[in-house]
Design a protein around this ligand. Structure first.
Ligand code: UDP
Length: 450
């Protein structure tokens, strides 16, 4: 029977991240947090976007599952068909592996509904990890009600309707999918995911009481299972490097040369793509703001064009005050004293990383959970300002206005002050005896309990 418990007889936890950067990061940080508390660790991963073995502790066992998903699908930002295909292709090999292993607990991404089902069938404790916000998980739980009450599928006419069941969300913050087939595929994924969570042993959330206490409590009331809110995972295990792309560290030296609190850091995360129009307007907006800026333009960010193809005039304008990198050491960048604001797509990891460094946000959500996260950033915690499109398409003026509002006096000052308060409250959650620390100990006890 393999693998056994750890060398010292300590219980083994198997962790299975979904192969996206924003999902791998929190899962590997959870692995490190459990490892530090004495667990032996097995990381199961797909061939697609496999973690770098050299960056993980030698004691970890790594297991590859052949996913067989076509690279075109794996590379696209079309998440739903990819996740459904992965669940289909990985369920049997995962089950086969787990049947011959001896583990105390399986922790898998909430999206891994088929492997979680395999663990339950084999009598292994199964704990899904939600890598996005508690608020977004409440949207998943409420999906059937949202359909029943006519909020979904969304229509042009109801975009600004308040979702009374989930304040402060508007219908536009829910799922945007006009194509019927794709909408049904999404609904199918959610129903499998939510049913899987409801049948699991509990739920792990990468969030914290200081920012989502009410949503966490509501989830617990709804699913009646143990809920472990142990975020922010990047603070619990700060030294883990789970980056799939090579970080350009030279930007840290560039930041050293900038005045304190002056730089706009812009990044739209690891997955979403934009068109040439949006790229150009964002570039002119940043260049026109008169603040120094560091911008992540990763390969694949723009469909149909590379950054080097934008006009010479624009390239020159950018060179004056801007620095472009294809991938940044984001946490170190956000920690840097030169940081003034984060122009972000509001991916959940980026949101947490920004809050924990006290960097106010300029929000440009593009889809998925980002819409819900941006609503919370701007209207619940009030630590960011949204880029408002005056027309129906982004313009450089919209970008500049948002930057000026945040970097300026009055409104900007208030946002910056609130961000410092939120940062302090969030940091406190992770100290000894506070909510995150207590939840993590509860999780450890839960895993070893019989
Ligand atoms: N990230 C990074 N370097 C970059 C851009 C992003 O290391 O240049 C990391 C970032 O710190 C975060 C993750 O990639 O941990 C992105 O996750 P998030 O949930 O914010 O967005 P997603 O990529 O899932 O849309």
């Amino acid at each position: 029977m393999k693998p056994s418990n750890g060398p010292c007889g300590c219980p083994r936890v198997l962790l299975f991240p979904l192969p996206y950067q924003g999902h791998i990061n929190p899962m590997l940080r959870l692995a490190a947090a459990l490892h530090a508390r004495g667990f032996a660790i097995t990381v199961v991963h797909t061939e697609t976007r496999a973690p770098d073995r050299r960056k993980l502790p030698v004691e970890y066992e790594l297991v590859t599952i052949r996913d067989g998903v076509p690279p075109e699908l794996a590379e696209s930002d079309d998440v739903v068909p990819f996740v459904l295909a992965l669940n289909r292709s990985c369920a049997a090999p995962f089950r086969e592996y787990l049947a011959g292993a001896r583990v105390a607990c399986v922790v898998a991404d909430v999206d891994w509904f088929a492997p979680l089902a395999a663990a339950r069938d084999l009598g292994v404790k199964a704990l899904p990890l939600m890598t996005s916000s508690a608020a977004k998980f409440r949207v998943y739980l409420a999906f059937p009600i949202l359909e029943e009450k006519g909020y979904l599928p969304i229509r042009e006419s109801n975009l600004d309707t308040e979702v009374k069941e989930l304040p402060p969300l508007l219908v536009r913050d829910l799922h945007h999918e006009k194509d019927t087939t794709r909408y049904h595929a999404y609904a199918d994924l959610l129903s499998h995911m939510v049913a899987g969570v409801r049948q699991s042993s509990g739920l792990i959330l990468n969030t914290l009481d200081a920012i989502e206490g009410t949503d966490i409590a509501n989830i617990y009331r709804d699913i009646s299972l143990p809920v472990f809110a142990i975020g922010p995972l990047h603070i619990l295990s700060p030294s883990v490097d789970s980056s799939l792309l090579l970080q350009d560290r030279s930007c840290l030296e560039w930041l050293d040369a900038q005045p304190p609190g002056s730089v706009i850091y812009a990044s739209l995360g690891s997955l979403m793509s934009i068109d040439v129009h949006e790229l150009t307007e964002m570039a002119w907006g940043l260049a026109g703001s008169k603040h120094p800026f560091l911008w992540v333009v990763r390969q694949g960010l723009v469909h149909g064009c590379e950054f080097s193809e934008v006009s010479n005039e624009l390239q020159e304008e950018i060179r004056d005050r801007g620095r472009i990198v294809s991938w940044a050491p984001q946490q170190e960048v956000l920690k840097h004293p030169a940081m003034g604001a984060f122009l972000t797509h509001c991916g959940w990891n980026s949101t947490l990383e920004s809050i924990l460094e006290g960097v106010p946000m300029i929000c440009r959500p593009l889809g998925g959970d980002q819409l819900c996260n941006a609503r919370y950033v701007c209207e619940v915690w009030k630590v960011g300002i949204r880029v408002v499109e005056v027309e129906n398409q982004l313009t450089r003026g919209d970008v500049q206005v948002a930057i000026e509002r945040l970097m300026g006096q009055n409104e900007g000052e208030e946002v910056r002050e609130r961000m410092i308060d939120l940062r302090d409250a969030a940091a406190k959650c992770t100290s000894k005896g506070e909510s995150t620390d207590v939840s993590l100990q509860r999780l450890v006890d839960f895993i070893v309990s019989t």
